[in-house]
Design a binder for this molecule. Structure first.
Ligand SMILES: N[C@@H](CCC(=O)N[C@@H](CS)C(=O)NCC(=O)O)C(=O)O
Length: 195
């Protein structure tokens, strides 16, 4: 199996951590999805990383779908089978993805020339992050399992450290920061650090 990924992509990291926790070996294919001449659209028509190409040639994309495929095929381990726990895990995954969905476009916005940046957009991205951080901080005690949800949250928070440490989210949400530090000690997190 080939995983088309980017080292700074939090969605890619989520899938890599899930694969590691499941003991699945994937061939990593570094991919710059943003390059207009990459040809990556022939692999993934949505043109985003991560994308998982199975040995059959079939390509799966969108990180929640890839994580579900991996857990159904090599688990179950990271997506609970009982209905209530599964919903809780999927909600947590959506919260982690929500952090990424705000932080990744914010990063792209900040890379544009200053005079072309939208102050309103930047504010909206920050608001989304801040709301998710406050929500998670009040629920840190419930983040006790290692599953797709907590992996997504950890990757989303680490991405904030990677790109926006100047926000100082750690000092505002000390419980969540302590949780992330403990989670990040796992081998799967240490082996997939952003670069
Ligand atoms: N919902 C997608 C989001 C993936 C995504 O946005 N990936 C970014 C990199 S972090 C990307 O490939 N962007 C390229 C583009 O938008 O052209 C997922 O969960 O996999």
């Amino acid at each position: 199996m080939k995983l088309f990924y980017a080292a700074p992509s939090p969605y890619s990291r989520k899938v890599r951590v899930v694969a590691y926790e499941l003991g699945v070996e994937v061939e990593l294919v570094p991919t710059n999805a943003m390059a207009l001449d990459s040809g990556f659209g022939l692999v993934n028509p949505v043109n985003r990383v991560p994308a998982l190409q199975l040995d059959s040639g079939k390509v799966l994309f969108d990180s929640p779908l890839i994580c579900e495929y991996l857990d159904v095929t090599y688990g179950p381990k990271l997506l609970p089978l009982s209905v209530q726990a599964r919903w809780d895990t999927l909600v947590n995954q959506a919260l982690g993805d929500g952090l990424m969905d705000a932080a990744v476009p914010r990063r792209h916005e900040t890379l544009r020339p200053v005079e072309q940046q939208s102050a309103e957009r930047l504010e909206l991205y920050k608001r989304s992050s801040n709301q998710i951080l406050a929500h998670l901080d009040s629920r840190t005690a419930q983040l006790s399992e290692i599953d797709v949800g907590t992996i997504s949250i950890a990757c989303g928070l680490s991405y904030l450290d990677f790109r926006f440490s100047q926000d100082g989210w750690r000092s505002l949400h000390a419980r969540l920061a302590t949780w992330l530090d403990a989670f990040s000690a796992m081998e799967s997190m240490r082996r997939t650090q952003f670069s």
